[in-house]
Every structure is written in structure tokens, then in C-alpha cells.
Write a protein of this length. Structure first.
Length: 98
């Protein structure tokens, strides 16, 4: 009987250690110390929510960058008297600038 009791206590202790070890090594939901552009690892529900926010941010940033680039290109085209290029850039501005 003593053998079974010792075995049961050992098993219980082993299970407890595994549970503690598993919870201690759980990855954070996302890499909070990195900018959205640099994040690669997301974990769990919080990580998924952050990934969606980051993707939305990246899409908005891409449009904003295209908008700014089109405005600069249009200004250059106007300065150089290139009406056709200025009109092309206006179309891009209309599509990308919110």
C-alpha cells in the first residue's frame, strides 16, 4: 500500500509540474515591443485581434504612402508642365487619398 501511495504522490507532483511548466512557457499574444510592420508572431485570441488591427493599419499606411507619393509626383508634373502626367497622378490621388 505504501508503494501505491508513493506512486500516486509522485504522479500528482509530476502532473502539477507539467501544468506549471506549460503555463510558464506560453507565448505572449503578440510582440508588443515591435512596430506593426515588424511583428511576425501572434498567439491566441488577443494575438488574432492584434493581427487584424495590424493588417488594417498596414493597409491604411500603404494607401497613405501612395497618396503622398502621387501628390509629390503631381506637383513635379505640374511644375514641369506635363499635364498628362498630372492628370494620371490626380486619378491616383482620387483613389488613394481619404
Amino acid at each position: 500500500m505504501k508503494g501505491k501511495s508513493l506512486f500516486n504522490k509522485t504522479m500528482l507532483l509530476s502532473v502539477c509540474m507539467i501544468v506549471v511548466a506549460c503555463s510558464a512557457t506560453q507565448a505572449p499574444p503578440y510582440e508588443a515591443d515591435k512596430a506593426p510592420e515588424d511583428r511576425e508572431n501572434y498567439s491566441g485570441a488577443k494575438g488574432l485581434m492584434q493581427q487584424q488591427k495590424d493588417q488594417s493599419y498596414m493597409a491604411k499606411k500603404e494607401l497613405s504612402d501612395k497618396c503622398e507619393q502621387a501628390k509629390v509626383s503631381q506637383a513635379v508634373a505640374i511644375k514641369e508642365g506635363n499635364r498628362e502626367e498630372a492628370q494620371k497622378q490626380q486619378v491616383l490621388i482620387d483613389r488613394t487619398c481619404v
